[in-house]
Ligand binder design. Structure first.
Ligand SMILES: Nc1ncnc2c1ncn2[C@@H]1O[C@H](COP(=O)(O)OP(=O)(O)OP(=O)(O)O)[C@@H](O)[C@H]1O
Length: 582
């Protein structure tokens, strides 16, 4: 049942395949062109030209070696010692020439592959952060596991692209040179070779064509398995509290099984393909001898020519049968191109969408705006576009405060997400100060790796706050005990994520806020893990600080710390009340 299901899944109609191939081709050129036209293009092109020259040199040396080898074999059959030694030295000479060419060929190839990988990974990481694509790619249907695409797929793509390009280049060079050698021996041999290669390639494509799709699925399933393991590590405590080991174990087991099942299908395809490629390669050993040996027996050619023909035939055959010999690797490679291509396309789409939204839908804030202003702003959920809040309007000046309340799921956090620019699906007018004048405090603060000083300055590097200032802020948010734990050392590195309780982490977030002193703060249940006393202290501090703020919360004890209250309802309607009136 399972097997027939997955087989059914793999069935593609011809149109679909043609379209996929055209898309893969476009994606390949798009990705490759970007590197050779980038700021690293001089170095990249230099390496590429060196490779071309070295490939030509390799072809020339191989032809020289084939003639030197033929003379050498003939000298042996003639039992002539003088000729034997003479041809042996010539043969060794060609080998000595081949060694440095081979070494530098490999060296340049590896350097170029590394340069390409470095550029491409840097480029994708940059685009991953651009317009917060990393956030919007969460839950994307077409791009699973972007992390694996940026790390492994990029590495595989760059090394394989070069290796396939060089194999193709070598093939062309050897084809050019050795077809000449074969032609001089026998025209019939060249004709047999071409028919043999074309037929072989066609048959191998028929047998192995499903491999591309299977390799694509393999990448996805391997990444899913690894992500499952990472998720367990990231949520270890919650899973342990829930005693969710069995469920997690089953989930990981299923992910692994999916990868293994798919790999089994690949192995079956490989086996079928190998039946053909092995027969093909063995037959190729016999064919040229069968044609040239009778010529030798008739005395038309020397013995060395028989071995030379065998070698030349094999070389040219490898060149023209590229698709057959490289099918497994090629199909995995194409799958990798598709994975990178779809990430690239999705990032392009995000950038384009961001621009469209910036220019068409929501008027973006002027950088010097001193207020937060929403005018007729309708907020919808992404993708499905369900309206959450309709035509919301309010204005918040410096030092003013607002609390957003309402039943769960009515869109309280979404209002903050929209102000932060995380949710692009809003129509209407939005005005706010520049991003570095705003600060968002989520319910679960993000703890960075590093020391306490790094925590407090995140995401900006040290802005010159003195140690005394930092200690005062720590004291004011009631975190002196945390400072004691690192013996007062602001620069001691610790695992803050696991070392601090959620309430302590929320106080760290407030400390960040008081150190940075933005114009406006947005607090999304930012004190949910704190006791009433700590909450009251923090809200008293923020009220006195002159920072304007919008809070989202359910606790009614929060209300008195705000000037106004925005009430959201399930039908998208809303109302604003002055807190003193309630
Ligand atoms: N990325 C998303 N894609 C689609 N819908 C989403 C997404 N994130 C949230 N939603 C939906 O949008 C609605 C509003 O979510 P939001 O988090 O703003 O609610 P809330 O009022 O803050 O709820 P709570 O009080 O429970 O925190 C919810 O129904 C939620 O399921």
């Amino acid at each position: 049942m399972d097997r027939s299901d997955s087989k059914k899944e793999l069935l593609d109609d011809a149109d679909d395949k043609r379209q996929t191939l055209a898309t893969t081709r476009r994606q390949f050129w798009q990705i490759s062109k970007a590197f050779f036209a980038s700021e690293r293009r001089r170095k990249a092109r230099g390496f590429l030209i060196s490779l071309l020259v070295l490939a030509l040199a390799t072809g020339a040396v191989q032809v020289l070696m084939s003639y030197a080898g033929a003379d050498f074999m003939t000298a042996i059959t003639r039992k002539n010692p003088t000729e034997f030694w003479h041809t042996l030295w010539k043969y060794i000479g060609t080998i000595l020439l081949a060694i440095p060419i081979g070494v530098y060929y490999r060296w340049v190839e590896e350097r170029l592959a590394l340069l390409w990988r470095e550029w491409m990974a840097q480029h994708l990481v940059k685009r991953y952060f651009n317009n917060r694509a990393y956030f919007r790619l969460l839950g994307s249907e077409s791009v699973d596991n972007p992390d694996q695409r940026i790390s492994e797929d990029v590495r595989n793509f760059t090394t394989s692209s070069l290796s396939f390009m060089l194999i193709a280049l070598n093939s062309l060079v050897t084809l050019g040179s050795f077809i000449g050698v074969l032609w001089l021996i026998s025209g019939k041999l060249v004709a047999i070779l071409l028919v043999y290669a074309v037929a072989g390639t066609a048959i191998s494509i028929v047998i192995g064509r499903k491999l591309v799709r299977l390799h694509y699925q393999q990448y996805e399933k391997e990444a899913d398995f690894r992500y499952g393991l990472v998720r367990v590590r990231d949520n270890a405590e919650s899973i342990a509290f829930y005693r969710g080991e069995k469920r997690e174990h089953l989930d990981l087991f299923n992910r692994l099984t999916a990868a293994v099942t798919n790999m089994r299908l690949i192995i079956i395809r490989n086996r079928n393909l190998a039946f053909f490629t092995n027969s093909y390669n063995y037959l190729a050993l016999v064919l040229p001898i069968a044609v040239v040996a009778p010529m030798y027996m008739r005395g038309e050619v020397e013995f060395g020519v028989v071995t030379q023909a065998g070698g030349a035939f094999a070389t040219v055959l490898t060149a023209v049968s590229l698709i057959i010999t490289q099918f497994g690797g090629l199909s995995a490679y194409l799958a990798g191109v598709q994975r990178l291509g779809s990430l690239w396309d999705e990032l392009d789409e995000h950038d384009a969408e961001e621009q469209r939204i910036n220019y068409e839908k929501t008027k973006q804030p002027e950088e010097n705006s001193r207020i937060v202003k929403l005018e007729g702003l309708t907020i919808c959920t992404p993708v499905v576009m369900r309206t959450l809040v309709e035509k919301l309007s309010f204005e918040l000046r410096e030092g003013q405060s607002l609390i957003i309340m309402g039943p769960s799921g009515t869109g309280k956090s979404s209002v903050l997400r929209t102000i932060a620019g995380l949710w692009p699906g809003a129509c209407g007018l939005l005005e706010r100060p520049a991003a570095d004048q705003l600060m968002f405090l989520p319910q679960r603060p993000y703890m960075v790796e590093g020391c306490l000083r790094d925590q407090l300055h995140y995401p900006y590097p040290d802005r010159g706050a003195s140690d005394e200032e930092i200690r005062d802020v720590i004291e004011s948010v009631n975190l002196a005990s945390v400072l004691d734990r690192v013996e007062g050392d602001l620069d001691r590195v610790a695992d803050w994520n696991h070392m601090l309780s959620l309430g302590e982490q929320q106080r760290i977030a407030f400390a960040r806020l008081f150190l940075r002193k933005p114009k406006f703060a947005f607090l999304d249940e930012a004190t949910s893990a704190l006791d009433e006393e700590n909450q009251q202290d923090l809200y008293t501090l923020i009220k006195e600080s002159g920072i304007g703020y919008i809070s989202v919360g359910h606790r009614t004890t929060l209300i008195p710390f705000h000037d106004r209250m925005l009430l959201l309802d399930r039908d998208g309607s809303w109302k604003i009340e002055n807190v003193t009136e309630t």
